[in-house]
Design a protein around this ligand. Structure first.
Ligand code: HEC
Ligand code: HEC
Length: 220
């Protein structure tokens, strides 16, 4: 045990000796990444990450397509993407307009951006509605059963025999198209399972928003 602690302390000292290299401290929050991306990145990289934002044509070096797999961002490790966003790992020509976001953002926000870039690369389904509307709907109406983070561990799940699915499982969630998710949220699941239908309580925009928020609860 002591040996492990000593080794970890040694490792931490080694990391801090490099100063500039900050390792991602914990998994990013994809929803936070979505909000940051749509404030700070879409202008150049485009809302879908394909490098076609409104500012793109004005730059000498084109912004990268963040969904590109051919030696592009999709093949880089989380650590590499983190460093490129932070400005501590060089990318491309090194002479482009890509800002050093480490000057303006703490590491946890950069982790969240990496998580959202993974969503843009790997989700099979686009965001249907507004996830900001969806978060409010989810926290008020769904978290009691599905849990704050979507793991199916809300307080009601502990006292009723509910067994909601784990919405953070992206492989499982990717199997369901948006139309299927909208149908379940609108009308509930058939039979005796305890997923209620929401058509009398939520508007179409709220249902589409909450389905989009569910997509951002998955880990990619
Ligand atoms: C002012 C325009 C601009 C903004 C805003 C911007 N970028 Fe960039 N970004 C670029 C350009 C240009 C490149 C290409 C750099 C090169 O090739 O030298 C780039 C490259 C990157 C890369 C490297 C991808 C690769 O495969 O090498 C990542 C990752 C990235 N940007 C993420 C972000 C994120 C996340 C944000 C928002 C926090 C952001 N960018 C905001 C212009 C921008
Ligand atoms: C009373 C508890 C409860 C509440 C509240 C609740 N759910 Fe559910 N939900 C469930 C249960 C239980 C299931 C599993 C149903 C099954 O497998 O037959 C489920 C299943 C689902 C599914 C299908 C998931 C899958 O993987 O097949 C979606 C989507 C869903 N819920 C979304 C929501 C949304 C969005 C809200 C809020 C507007 C919500 N739920 C509120 C209990 C609840």
């Amino acid at each position: 045990m002591n040996r492990i602690v000593t080794r970890m302390a040694g490792f931490a000292a080694l990391v801090s000796a490099f100063g500039l290299i900050s390792l991602p401290a914990y998994a990013g929050d994809t929803y936070q990444g979505y909000t940051l991306y749509n404030q700070s990145c879409f202008l150049c990289h485009g809302t879908d990450g394909k490098g076609n934002g409104p500012l793109a044509k004005k730059l000498d070096v084109a912004p990268d397509d963040l969904t590109d797999g051919d030696n592009g961002a999709a093949e880089k490790s989380d650590r590499e993407l983190f460093g490129m966003i932070q400005g501590t790992i060089k990318h491309g020509s090194g002479a482009s307009a890509m800002p050093q976001w480490g000057l303006a953002m703490p590491g946890n926000q950069i982790n969240s951006l990496v998580a959202y870039i993974r969503f843009l690369q790997r989700s099979k389904h686009p965001l249907l509605g507004d996830p900001i509307v969806g978060k409010r709907v989810y926290d008020n109406n769904c978290a009691a059963c599905h849990g704050r983070t979507g793991k199916g561990d809300g307080p009601l799940a502990a006292v009723l025999n509910l067994q909601p699915k784990d919405h953070t499982d992206s492989a499982e969630m990717n199997k369901h198209p948006n139309s299927h998710m909208v149908e379940i949220v609108t009308n509930g699941t058939p039979g005796k399972s305890l997923m209620p239908g929401w058509k009398d309580m939520l508007t179409k925009a709220e249902i589409e928003g909450v389905v989009s928020y569910l997509r951002l609860l998955s880990t990619y």
